[in-house]
Design a binder for this molecule. Structure first.
Ligand SMILES: [Zn+2]
Length: 167
């Protein structure tokens, strides 16, 4: 049996902050996967902060996902099929003043509706600044009919390579 001291020194060697951060990071990645994002960073960038850790994500199917980056462990993501339903909930749940309601409506109005990639099936923001900077307007598998939109040039290339292999 290992002595108690060995145990203690082993425990002392662990940096608990690192461990907790890792667990936290893992859970955030799970949250991102649940909403069909490749990474938490991608989810975060495609969402709008509403204050107090709350975030709203406008999914490709038209649903609004409401979640909190601080309390996501205890609280599940809430989905709303229309923005009106979400507003109704927000007004009931939070004590919002007139000005705050106006700001919230404006914020929701500016929340980009996401799309899902025809290749990797993950959400992406068609209005993403990085895409704009790269001059990516829209990459389609079928350019002519503008169908099968891809999240990135990488996915478009992958689709072509796949087709070549199949063919
Ligand atoms: Zn993709």
């Amino acid at each position: 049996m290992g002595s108690m001291e060995d145990w203690e020194s082993a425990l002392d060697d662990i940096d608990w902050n690192d461990v907790l951060e890792e667990v936290d990071g893992e859970l955030l990645e799970n949250l991102a996967r649940e909403l069909r994002f490749g990474t938490y960073e991608a989810l975060r960038k495609s969402s709008r902060p509403l204050g107090d850790g709350f975030q709203i994500t406008r999914l490709s199917d038209g649903n609004w996902a409401f979640w909190n980056e601080q309390t996501y462990v205890q609280e599940d993501i809430r989905y709303f099929d229309t923005v009106q339903h979400f507003l109704h909930f927000a007004l009931e749940q939070f004590n919002l003043g007139e000005e705050e309601v106006r700001e919230l409506i404006q914020l929701l109005d500016q929340t980009p509706r996401l799309k899902r990639c025809a290749v990797c099936d993950l959400h992406f923001n068609p209005e993403d600044e990085a895409r704009r900077e790269l001059g990516i307007e829209g990459i389609y598998l079928d350019e002519e009919n503008q169908e099968g939109e891809c999240c990135s040039p990488q996915c478009a290339v992958e689709a072509v390579l796949h087709e070549m292999k199949e063919g």
